[in-house]
Ligand binder design. Structure first.
Ligand code: SF4
Length: 643
């Protein structure tokens, strides 16, 4: 029977060069779906306890989604997973672009690498022939150059490439894996795992058919989503988004967000539509999480008005199977006035290199975006690490003699660019910072940990848990700490899961902002529902922004049934999501991780609370929320360990 998955994985032993196929039993998909669920089922069993993340026992997985290539929409994400060298926990990262269908077209749901090669190599799978090829001539080249060379050498217009840049080669613990000219699976430091294996790239081209069970049903179900995505009332000025943020800030109530507004904003501007809005409402952290919009006022944030960003967009960018196209290709100038093209920077990159550092120079943000994409370095982590370094300098934990003569100051564009360049090259102070804030604080000492905003070692994303305690909870309890892509109270509102699963609470049209800070059962039910749902989404290869349309507009569960021939209810899918969550938690416990140790820096939890701004007086009852969350999953509420 046709089921949309390929039922096979490829295992590559980098130490011996042995490459072999394995058949995956149907029950693995029926229990854990594809994507990261499939990766979890294999990595949990096969990575030995206590494995060195940069050693031969770690396994690096490249997986495609269960729905990728089936005619469904928003389902072209590919994912990387391994034991994270940044956190020592389960590590995964997720990326759009065009690489995901290439994995399946080669006949596999995932490609897994173990061992360490003696010399740099890349994996080539062209027309069914899988081989490791010499990559010495590519070592040292950036991700964009590497991809261009490999595509040209493959001489095959179907060939797709994922690769690392110098950051991964240099084992930077904040490095990621790139595809499609610098789109990065950035988080968890998995570029360093690839670098440790001396695996420069994967080049994939195949012709395997991806066969869903009921293509007609999938097509029928697409229609409503397509009509919704294609319709677009006019949106005029990006500067209005900042005023919208001010208005939201002043309201005593939280409005339950429906996907309509976000879809319109994404379609017009992309994720940068949120830049000023998020700073105004207190979602986007300012000045290493100690500032507010008062430090980065509307005048100072004007350069990141989304209109100014899309003024440089020369064409829209769509990931595989996406009808929305929140990306863009931009033309701009570097710091010397030379023209270059780059992906439109994402919200996370823009605010990590503006409000978080008080930098008002948009040219520098475009330039840094391209530098980091080419190097294959995570822009969230890089921005957070520079914010940490500036605060260390301000508090005299770092002295001029330790910074290559650079005077680290808030808003000093030249110094910020210089620090990025040094981190990429691991040069001087850059070598201290190139592994993120936790390692840098250990190297610096002198109480620097106080200024390091991370959870379990991973730098926090640009969403403030003091504004939405759901973020703080997910940063603390997810198997990969410090991730914003698994849930938040606002995400729960947008997913609108209660329209499919009647036992889940409906938030109504609005609720009081004060109520967000009460650590009660309902908050935990919402957070757990987000985690479970996102495990299903990551099993299917779904883009988070597709999920933001709301499950009443995006028929994820129905599509999985149509693609596989299963007849599962939404409740049963969430149970599968819960099983994946437990498996990832068990992975962490097997690897010796103490779940209680993954809580973020106290400042980010409002301990002590801020004295002004939108999050004034707010703190998160994180210990109570964590206990209740663990209990919800049937794990030990005191230790967070699955039974
Ligand atoms: S919404 Fe944006 S990130 Fe998501 S699939 Fe479409 S283009 Fe890619």
């Amino acid at each position: 029977m046709e089921k949309s998955y390929m039922g096979r994985i490829l295992m590559v032993d980098m130490g011996t060069g042995n490459i072999c196929e394995e058949t995956v039993p149907d029950k693995v998909y029926e229990n854990y779906l594809g994507g990261l669920g499939l990766a979890a089922s294999i990595l949990y069993d096969r990575i030995p306890a206590g494995a060195d993340p940069l050693g031969p026992d770690n396994i690096l997985a490249f997986v495609s989604g269960l729905l990728t290539g089936t005619g469904t929409l928003f389902t072209g994400r590919w994912m990387v997973a391994a034991k994270s060298p940044l956190t020592g926990t389960w590590g995964d990262a997720n990326c759009g672009g065009n690489f995901s269908p290439a994995i399946k077209k080669c006949g596999y749901d995932g490609i897994f690498f173990t061992g360490i090669s003696e010399k740099p190599v890349y994996l080539s799978i062209i027309n069914g022939k899988a081989e490791l090829k010499d990559a010495a001539y590519l070592w040292g080249k950036d991700a964009v150059e590497t991809e261009a060379i490999l595509i040209s050498e493959a001489n095959d217009n179907k060939a797709r490439v994922a690769c690392i840049g110098p950051a991964g080669e240099n084992l930077s613990l904040i490095s990621g894996v790139s595809n499609d000219r610098g789109r990065l699976a950035a988080r968890s430091g998995l570029g360093a795992v690839m670098g440790s294996k001396r695996l420069k790239a994967l080049v994939l081209s195949g012709d395997h058919a991806i066969l869903p069970n009921n293509r007609a049903e999938i097509k029928k179900l697409r229609l409503k989503t397509l009509i919704f995505v294609k319709s677009q009332p006019p949106l005029n000025k990006g500067s209005l988004n900042a005023y919208l943020g001010k208005a939201f800030r002043m309201l005593p109530s939280q409005i339950v967000m429906d996907g309509i507004l976000y879809k319109m904003m994404l379609k017009k501007w992309g994720t940068v539509s949120l830049n000023q809005l998020s700073i105004e409402i207190g979602d986007s952290p300012v000045k290493n999480w100690k500032g507010t919009y008062r430090d980065f006022t509307g005048r100072k944030s004007a350069p990141i008005n989304p209109d100014r960003i899309i003024a440089r967009e020369v064409k829209k960018y769509f990931c595989y199977s996406c009808p929305l196209g929140c990306g863009g290709i931009c033309k701009t100038k570097d710091m010397d006035g030379k023209d270059f093209e780059t992906h439109k920077p994402e919200y996370e990159t823009v605010v990590a290199f503006s409000g978080l550092l008080l930098n008002e120079d948009l040219d520098s943000i475009f330039y840094i975006n391209e530098l980091l994409n080419r190097a294959g370095m995570d822009s969230i982590s890089a921005g957070a690490t520079i914010a940490f370094a500036i605060e260390c300098y301000e508090k005299k934990a770092l002295k001029p003699g330790e910074t290559n003569g650079l005077k680290l100051k808030w808003g000093d564009t030249k110094t910020i660019v210089a620090l990025v360049e040094k981190m990429i090259k691991r040069e001087g102070i850059g070598d201290i910072l190139a592994d993120g804030v936790k390692k840098a604080a250990e190297r610096i000492g002198k109480g620097a940990q106080k200024y390091a905003m991370h959870a379990g070692g991973q730098e926090l994303p640009m969403h403030d848990g003091r504004n939405d305690p759901g973020f703080a909870l997910h940063y603390s309890v997810e198997a990969t700490p410090g991730r914003h892509t698994m849930g938040a109270f606002m995400y729960y509102d947008m997913f609108q899961l209660w329209k499919k699963i009647k036992s889940l609470p409906s938030p109504g049209l609005m609720y009081s902002k004060d109520s967000k800070y009460v650590a009660d059962e309902e908050k935990v039910i919402k957070a757990a529902a987000c985690s479970k749902f996102m495990n299903v989404a990551n099993g299917a290869g779904l883009c988070l922004f597709g999920a933001f349309l709301g499950l009443h507009r995006l028929p994820l569960f129905e599509w999985i049934n149509a693609a596989t021939g299963w007849d599962k209810t939404p409740e049963e899918y969430l149970e599968m999501g819960a099983a994946i969550q437990t498996l990832k938690q068990a992975f962490n416990v097997k690897q010796g991780v103490d779940p209680k140790s993954l809580k973020p820096n106290k400042r980010t939890l409002g301990e002590p609370p801020q004295e002004n701004g939108p999050n004034k007086g707010r703190s998160v009852e994180i210990d109570e929320l964590m206990k209740r969350y663990w209990e919800h999953f049937g794990w030990d509420p005191e230790t967070g360990k699955p039974a």
